[in-house]
Design a protein around this ligand. Structure first.
Ligand code: CP
Length: 318
């Protein structure tokens, strides 16, 4: 199969090959430049209609997808659960089928239930892109993290990346683990045992129980938000205690053998999983991650619509 053929839907990085992931990252490269132009628009998806169906709150992902769609000249509609007929009890599939009756081409979906994107993709003709489903995957976040690491290190293979914090509730962690391991990185997770999935080592990752060990080992830390809204029981004694034991602080980083690249998918709990002087410090790429998110989402939309990965040489700069 052609590496740039992603199939109908993007539900996660687990089903993708290393070649497919690399094709998305390579396709994102020329799209970065589009966002730096005075007129940030190319005609690649002119005539396509895309619905952004967000059933959970989002700042970065929703706005980034909308920018990506508009910069590719697609027509876009945003639907949120509140204010739509979902709030009257309409099912997800009925909502999507009604949208399809208006002749749409793609659906970008964020949903609180793991598996929602795949469920929808199997029931409608339009391409479906997972913008985060429960605790399952957040593939475009994983892809933008990979692109940011590749920008800074020039490669993914051989990098040591540790994902720190609430891995249990994190779809970002799962997409990162799949993407990084497929591209040949060494991956570790670090956090309190209550916030690490049982059998996480079966995913091919090293497990650190102390953040100091992770800092000694890693080239980059991807620091996760404590997902307090998904915690149904007392997973940690207190936020203050979490920061004291697992917080990524400049004092801890000062004892690292090298400067570590710091990533965070956002939104951040400053002073809990990450201190402000680290988040805003010279080794943080948290805002470049957000910038790369637009290019990665342009690449995913473009490839799912059947575009060639050689977009820039195929007249895309005209
Ligand atoms: N990283 C991420 O998914 O952020 P949002 O929840 O703001 O979209």
């Amino acid at each position: 199969m052609n590496a740039a053929d992603l199939g109908k839907d993007l539900v996660g990085l687990e089903p993708l090959s290393a070649a497919q992931i690399t094709a998305i990252l390579d396709t994102a490269e020329p799209f970065k430049e589009v966002s730096e132009r005075p007129i940030k628009k190319v005609p690649a998806l002119r005539g396509k209609t895309i619905v952004n169906l967000f059933f959970e709150p989002s700042t970065r992902t929703r706005i980034s997808f909308e920018f990506a769609e508009k910069r590719l000249s697609a027509d876009t509609v945003n639907v949120q659960a509140a204010g739509s007929s979902v709030s009257k009890g309409e099912t997800l599939v009925d909502t999507a089928r009604n949208l399809e009756a208006m002749r749409i081409d793609m659906v970008v979906i964020r949903h609180g239930s793991s598996g929602a994107a795949q469920f929808l993709g199997q029931r409608i003709r339009s391409n479906v892109i997972n913008a985060g489903d429960g605790t399952h995957e957040h593939p475009t976040q994983g892809l933008l993290d990979l692109l940011t690491l590749r920008d800074r290190f020039g490669k993914i293979a051989g990098l040591k990346v540790c994902i720190v914090g609430d891995v249990l509730h994190s779809r970002v962690a799962r997409s990162n683990i799949w993407g990084l391991t497929k591209l040949g990185a060494e991956v570790a997770v670090c956090g309190p045992s209550t916030l690490l999935p049982s059998h996480v080592a079966d995913l091919g990752v090293t497990v650190f129980g102390r953040v100091e060990e992770a800092i000694q080992w890693a080239d980059a830390l991807n620091v996760l938000r404590l997902q307090l809204e998904r915690m149904t029981a007392g997973f940690i004694p207190s936020l203050r205690e979490y920061n004291r034991v697992f917080g990524v602080t400049s004092e801890r980083l000062s004892r690292a053998p090298k400067d570590l690249l710091i990533l965070h998918p956002g939104p951040m709990n400053r002073g809990v999983e990450i201190d402000s002087d680290v988040a805003d410090g010279p080794h943080s790429v948290i805002l470049p991650q957000v910038t790369n998110g637009v290019a990665v989402r342009m690449a995913v939309l473009y490839l799912l619509a059947g575009g060639s990965p050689d977009w820039a040489n195929a007249g895309g700069e005209a």
